[in-house]
Design a protein around this ligand. Structure first.
Ligand SMILES: NC(=O)c1ccc[n+]([C@@H]2O[C@H](COP(=O)([O-])OP(=O)(O)OC[C@H]3O[C@@H](n4cnc5c(N)ncnc54)[C@H](OP(=O)(O)O)[C@@H]3O)[C@@H](O)[C@H]2O)c1
Length: 251
């Protein structure tokens, strides 16, 4: 049975990935998030393909084990793994709650790593992993320090894994969007006027980011950054010293 797995499919970019997956030749799509009602609503509205709703908090060890048991107990071939669930929190490390900072690492880093590890055993040739990263991975962003650090991990993990999986012909792509008008901003506490950076930067449509990422994955790209401006930023971040960029790129 050929399937896609999307984490964080209850809103924003994850929902757009779910819509895109309807165009693929798949037997089932597994959608994961904590809000079951939202997942059900999206399935009823957009689900042309059979859909399995897996309501779970992926930061809980027992849920990762549950997911592993589901995958191990069936004849499953994962064609697409879309590691999309993630959140950010605006504020200084000093003033932010330590548990929020830890929760960011748990979701953006640990859960993504553990899910990839258990799913890999169910992937064959011509399959795709899309890890949702961010432009925040290019240069450390002060006041989004923990978030940008987690996304730097996602970038590094994606590139290393990509090399490991070359022989198995499984492509790994890191999607690096700039700001998108999703629930992310509210969760992160980035209202209008809070961050000059976020107020100034242009937004990317989640639907375009999802479409573009799938296209890039099928072309075998390592990194996909929507919008020319952010593509240029990625190149500059490679060329210029970070000591110069960090004070400019603070949120
Ligand atoms: N929006 C931006 O400006 C932006 C820019 C660059 C990168 N990104 C990245 O894009 C990805 C998607 O974010 P988005 O913009 O679409 O924001 P979003 O609408 O807030 O989506 C986040 C998703 O993650 C899920 N999630 C959160 N905690 C979870 C947990 N513990 N277990 C399972 N699922 C969990 C949420 O669902 P539940 O609440 O139902 O669990 C939701 O479906 C994230 O990785 C984010 O870092 C966003």
């Amino acid at each position: 049975m050929n399937i896609a797995i999307i984490t964080g499919a209850s809103s924003g970019l994850g929902l757009e990935f779910y819509k895109e997956m309807q165009k693929e030749e798949l037997d089932e799509v597994f959608i994961i998030a904590r809000r079951e009602d939202k997942l059900r609503e999206h399935m009823e509205k957009f689900g042309k393909l059979p859909t399995r709703i897996i309501p779970m908090d992926i930061t809980l060890k027992e849920n990762i084990q549950r997911l592993k048991e589901i995958l191990d107990s069936e004849d499953i071939n994962v064609k697409f793994l879309i590691n999309n669930a993630g959140f950010g929190a605006f504020g200084s490390v000093l003033e932010s709650d330590y548990s929020t900072q830890g929760a960011m690492v748990d979701l953006n880093v640990r859960a993504l790593t553990e899910i990839t590890s258990i799913v890999l055993k169910h992937m064959n040739e011509k399959s795709y992993i899309i890890n949702v990263c961010s432009i925040a991975s290019f240069v450390p962003n002060a006041y989004l320090t923990v978030y940008s650090s987690t996304k730097a991990y996602v970038m590094s993990f994606s590139r290393g894994l990509r090399q490991e999986l070359k022989k198995r012909k499984i492509n790994v792509t890191a999607l690096c969007p700039g700001p998108m008008a999703t629930e992310f901003l509210e969760v992160a506490g980035i209202d209008k006027g809070v961050s000059k950076m976020f107020d100034t930067l242009p937004t990317t449509k989640p639907s375009l980011a999802a479409k573009g990422a799938i296209k890039a994955a099928k072309k075998g790209r390592a990194v996909y950054t929507p919008r020319i401006l952010f593509k240029v930023y990625r190149v500059l971040a490679k060329l210029l010293p970070h000591s110069l960029l960090i004070p400019i790129c603070k949120c």
